[in-house]
Write a protein that binds this ligand. Sequence first.
Ligand SMILES: [Ca+2]
Ligand SMILES: [Ca+2]
Ligand SMILES: [Ca+2]
Ligand SMILES: [Ca+2]
Length: 264
Amino acid sequence: MCGPRGLPGAPDRLFHNEGTTFVDVTARAGVRDSGGYYGFAATWVDVDDDGDLDLLVVNDSTPNYLYRNTGKGTFEEAGFASGFALNEEGREQAGMGLALGDYDNDGRVDTFITNFSDDSNTLRRNLGGGLFEDVTGRLRLRTPSLPFLGWGTGFLDYDNDGWLDIFVANGHVYPQVDRFDWGMTWAQRPLLFRNREGSRFDETRAVPSISIFRSRRKSRRDATCVGWGSTMAPSARSTRVSSIARSRVTARPVPPPICRLTHP
Ligand SMILES: [Ca+2]
Ligand SMILES: [Ca+2]
Ligand SMILES: [Ca+2]
Ligand SMILES: [Ca+2]
């Protein structure tokens, strides 16, 4: 197993559209990625509602960047000051996917970032003024994502109740994980979280007879015989895994809202 640490990170580049050509303005604009971080996702969004698009860059195993637009063709990096660089524990995470959406309907766009297995995905609430608060644990999104290695993600209101829900596509990068007691599998089902009016998220359970359910059963079977993670004692790991696995095995599929997602 190897991570990106120890490998040289590629620099980020910003190209300015000048009509018929694109000009590299990375250094001039102040978005040079001097740390050589491992970028996975980037997007434009006005995080501080001043009318100028700011730039978010999600990095793997390194702090995320939040470049605030000065309105003068330049940017000021505010990742640490804004709360976007690290999670609430002060740790950098293995950022993969990035979703934007106003989950609490307060008019400010919030962010959701997927991460590696044995770590949680991270929901950040936009507090205004370019500040973010990690609300992952408070809104019950931490534990369900721990065994999963997340990639693509998006906010969507799948049940049409006016509150944005969260979808995550998962899958491990190492096929070898199926041979070890690490509490995770190579093939992983997607996750869908239902937004409870901005106060918490509940995982939407799959229904029988669709492929997502079969994928889930495989994950459960594997979870019953493998450990959870490297940070717990073996006894704690096995107890926790068995408890979670049992709850999932015995849980009856719930009625609609129905997850109609398909999984190849
Ligand atoms: Ca980079
Ligand atoms: Ca802005
Ligand atoms: Ca919001
Ligand atoms: Ca919804």
